[in-house]
Ligand binder design. Structure first.
Ligand code: NAP
Length: 290
């Protein structure tokens, strides 16, 4: 399969490159390839003529989006509309990613693909706008909502993912104050990439929820990281109101992988198992670099 991967050095993009080794893949890196520049984007995609375009690019600094709504709308909505129009023109399949933050959290049990979105923050609204463009413009698309992603491409310069940030702060001896009233499913970018590779070889187009199995709060996630590492950090549960993040977040945004299961996709592992695999690969577990 001829595939263009946008955002190829991001958490998910870099894992996709590792998985799609049997395919004819062109990685596209920001800022040389920038989806907010429609003419250049069209020229590159026309020249490549891929069967499938995988867009992992996003503006997802959730709190910054509240003060600067232009950027998330440009990257997460307008540029996605342009990509969808180009995919239609080129006759290729678009694979695009969205978020659990399209939901308001009031349901209180796992969201299925058909649940009506109702985002609470600017980031969620911009991602929902991107979803709507993809669904309205294309027939052949995979729109994948995921949650709490962490992957090896995280670095200090890129603003650590949650796992690496917790480990770094603990090393500095800091008190870790983590919200205990927001329920999510931490999801391994490496495992998601494997499942995406499986999905795009089917013709089951449409919207999918794809996360690891199970659920926890961000506090529970942090506790599990240190339990696996055998460490006792200074960890304090706080509620969202005390934490006072700029962007409101849903208190419950767990996604159910209902369609993925229905089409017989290989099941995701429980989130704590996937976390242990990540910690081992990263070399955080003593004597376990690989
Ligand atoms: N991270 C999460 O917890 C999470 C949760 C739910 C859903 N998602 C969704 O999952 C997808 C993948 O997320 P991720 O964590 O892999 O993100 P990521 O690590 O930030 O990767 C995104 C990649 O896209 C690049 N990029 C940014 N702006 C671009 C532009 N205008 N044109 C082209 N490329 C651009 C980034 O480059 P730079 O790094 O140089 O900016 C980066 O390489 C996104 O759609 C996101 O909304 C993420």
């Amino acid at each position: 399969m001829k595939i263009a991967v946008i955002g190829a050095d991001g958490q998910l993009g870099s894992e996709l490159l590792k998985v799609l080794v049997e395919d004819d893949v062109t990685p596209l890196y920001y800022p040389v390839f920038d989806i907010t520049k429609p003419q250049e984007t069209r020229d590159v995609l026309r020249r490549l003529a891929p069967d499938t375009v995988i867009n992992t690019a996003a503006y997802h600094r959730v709190d910054e989006c509240e003060d600067n709504p232009e950027m998330p709308f440009l990257v997460n909505a307008i540029a996605v509309r342009n990509l969808a129009l180009m995919a239609r023109e080129l006759g290729c399949v678009l694979v695009h990613f969205s978020t659990d933050y399209v939901f308001d959290g009031k349901k209180g049990h796992p969201y299925i693909e058909e649940d009506p979105p109702s985002p609470l923050n600017v980031y969620g609204v911009s991602k929902l706008a991107g979803e709507i463009f993809v669904r309205n413009i294309l027939e052949k698309y995979f729109l994948i909502r995921t949650c709490g992603l962490y992957g090896e491409a995280s670095s200090r310069e890129k603003g650590y993912n949650f796992v690496d940030r917790m480990i770094e702060l603990e090393k500095e001896g800091r008190l870790l104050r983590v919200v205990h009233d927001q329920w999510v499913t931490p999801t391994s970018a490496a495992e998601l990439a494997v499942r995406v590779s499986e999905l795009i070889r089917t013709s089951h187009y449409g919207i999918f929820h794809m996360t690891n199995e199970g659920q926890c709060t961000w506090y529970g996630f942090a506790r599990e990281i240190f339990a696996i590492l055998g460490k006792q950090p200074r960890l304090e549960p706080v509620d969202s109101r005390t934490f006072r993040a700029k962007a409101p977040r849903p208190l419950y945004s767990v996604l159910e992988n209902r369609r993925a299961k229905a089409i017989g996709l290989t099941a995701f592992t429980p989130w704590s198992e996937a976390l242990a695999v990540y910690l081992k690969k990263r070399g955080y577990l003593s004597g376990s670099t690989c």
